[in-house]
Write a protein that binds this ligand. Structure first.
Ligand SMILES: NC(=O)c1ccc[n+]([C@@H]2O[C@H](COP(=O)([O-])OP(=O)(O)OC[C@H]3O[C@@H](n4cnc5c(N)ncnc54)[C@H](OP(=O)(O)O)[C@@H]3O)[C@@H](O)[C@H]2O)c1
Length: 282
């Protein structure tokens, strides 16, 4: 592997397993200093030990995206350290779980979008301080299934039985957030990308009963293959001038009609500001 990321600081959410872990491993092997922002130190410590044993530079940051207080503490720790962030990869995500976050938002939306919104907005000064910084939002092809965003429904427990319609909305939010970030931070030199990682044999399928799970996983790509598009968006010179776009299999792809609606992107941003009490500074 080339040592082309030496001296770069990368922050990855949900890097203790699955696609996030594979992404952290690839980027650390290329010389980056990687912050693994995860909710369980016990689950993350073995990953960090393994990265360090292979000569990587990795550290743990406590982050529970389902708690806005936890998101603020995590961002404060990075702001206190004051190191410019070259790449933020908003990778963590959950699917198929019902409930509310600690702050009363629909669990999937609150975790997959709102927690990442607050984390990103709070870290903007550190991203703006790194030349050509990038934000990579791991979305999903599921965003094509979303029929719209019912903002009132996001202040209540998951209404559906499967929580999959809510997952689609959260992943639509990831693409809309990316487009709005590009509009707001692009002029300040921070580039934003959204992506679908592929159908990946990660822990994401833990809700599916074991015999079926092991069979369907045979037809999926590996975590390392699933990390490829995140790594592409985080590092490739090819995407440098393609701010705000959506990628699948390391290639640009047209996201859904709703995901390309600038009014919806602005409305989501404004609601997210109202609900988190935070916006980008000047
Ligand atoms: N697998 C696929 O086929 C697929 C397809 C399309 C998109 N994606 C997207 O890819 C991303 C990575 O998913 P994956 O497949 O690697 O799934 P995974 O193996 O289930 O990993 C998800 C990661 O998110 C973390 N996470 C969940 N809730 C969190 C919270 N409240 N605070 C902080 N971290 C939290 C998990 O932490 P814990 O280990 O502590 O739970 C874990 O590290 C997700 O955004 C997912 O939506 C995956």
């Amino acid at each position: 592997m080339p040592n082309d990321l030496a001296g770069k600081l990368l922050v990855i959410t949900g890097a203790n397993t699955g696609i996030g872990q594979a992404t952290a491993e690839i980027l650390a092997a290329r010389g980056a200093r990687v912050v693994l922002a995860c909710r369980s130190e016990d689950k993350t410590r073995p990953v960090i030990d393994n990265l360090r044993a292979r000569g990587g530079d990795a550290e743990f940051l406590s982050l529970d995206l389902a708690s806005l207080a936890s998101v603020r503490s995590a961002a404060e720790a990075l702001l206190a350290a004051g190191r410019p962030i070259d790449v933020l990869i908003n990778n963590a995500g959950l699917a198929g779980l019902r409930g509310v976050t600690k702050d009363g938002f629909e669990l999937t939306f609150g975790t997959n979008h709102l927690g990442h919104f607050l984390f990103t907005v709070l870290l903007a000064p550190l991203l703006c301080a790194a030349p050509g910084a990038r934000i990579v939002n791991v979305s999903s092809t599921s965003h094509y299934q979303a029929k719209g965003i019912d903002f009132d429904a996001l202040r209540a427990p998951t209404p559906s039985v499967t929580a999959l319609p809510e997952y689609a909305v959260s992943k639509l939010a990831n693409v809309l957030f990316t487009a709005e970030l590009a509009r707001r931070l692009g002029p300040r030199g921070v580039h934003s990308y959204a992506l679908h990682p592929g159908v990946v044999a990660s822990d994401a399928w833990r809700q599916i009963p074991w015999p079926f799970r092991s069979i369907i996983k045979l037809f999926m790509i590996t975590n390392e293959q699933g990390a490829a598009t995140s790594v592409h968006c985080a590092t490739s010179p090819e995407v440098k001038d393609h701010d705000g776009r959506y990628y699948d299999d390391c290639r640009e792809k047209k996201p859904s009609r709703l995901a390309r609606d600038p009014d919806l992107a602005r409305a989501l941003w404004e609601k997210s500001v109202e609900w988190t009490g935070s916006d980008l500074g000047d």
